[in-house]
Design a binder for this molecule. Sequence first.
Ligand code: PLP
Length: 394
Amino acid sequence: MTTIYLDNNATTAVAPEVLEAMLPYMSTLYGNASSMHTFGGQLGPVLRAAHEKVAALIGAEPGEIVFTSCGTESDNTAIMSALEINPHKKHIITARVEHPAVYNFCKHLARKGYRITFLPVDNMGRLSMDAFYKALDDDTAIVSIMYANNETGVIFPVEDIGTALRERGILFHTDAVQAAGKIRIDVKTLPVDMMSLSGHKLHAPKGIGVLYIRKGTRFCPYIIGGHQEHGRRAGTENVASIVGLARACELAMENLETESRHVSRLRDKLENSLLAKCPDARVNGDVKQRLPNTTNISFEYVEGEAILLRLDEYGICASSGSACTSGSLEPSHVLIAMGVPFTALHGSIRFSLSRYSTEPEIEKVIEVLPPIIKELRMLSPYGREKLSGQLCKP
Ligand code: PLP
């Protein structure tokens, strides 16, 4: 059975070009870039070139790029840095729909005595700008708002937020882990101070991330040790992954517009066909301001996990809005924040496409999913009762 991989917001396949670029640094060129000898020292220019290539993807300068171990580390580091350099400020503003890398970290900081404002979103997942302006005060150390949401793909008004914060001299961090490589980002015009990226969301390997730190931004490292990354992130450089990420950024930049058209056309075909074939299905999130590769669809009166298991039988990989935590199925905090009704909360499925997604794959999902929904609704007493007479057209 071939795999139909539509879970690219979870992770992506390493591009063959990326793997090819990495291989020498996992075999013959295994030196430590900090070594005095030529064998290790030859990696210095390689790392410098990688900074340049990653910087180019977001319009940054090479010196503004710091390699980390993942998007989560970048997010934690940005927030901690703001708190360290503003020790008298105890307030953080973020959103209710952030990835756990920010959301749970802020909850952790709340337990340590910081005051956190989790901004609400409307039923289309859009941030309340009124609440944002009201939340700002002299005690605010940092605002961390994601560029685009991982579950719904909704894109946030980072430019407006950054402009407001710059006027007030408040630090702004954005988690662009899902946005980078999918939509054009240019920090030359975007008023952000720090931005997080993650390699494995753009066809580089797992375990490599980036924190963009605008030149002139006061910064305090989170991982302390050696002098790597100009003293901003200690730890021997993961040269192979850094090279891989640099190659992935080049590829993303070269193909951004073509890829965006490719994935959005297939995504729209999938979404429209499923909505047409399945009654009581709805798209979660603002469809106008959305990443081109993502759709989050709720099939009411069925369990997302049951759908995923059935799709898995066909080799189709997607993900659900619920997280199976310690035996209990908790609905997604993102969909809860959006006020998605109970009947739709548990039946949400996220499809996220990539440059490797194909038309036949999408057609296969359109063929197999509606009968699965119909069958699962027949099994559910609530679904049967509610939907008698108007089940999915196979
Ligand atoms: N932020 C967002 C929006 C994400 O989607 C993810 C991963 O899913 C992360 C942060 C964490 O990135 P990493 O897996 O590299 O730690």
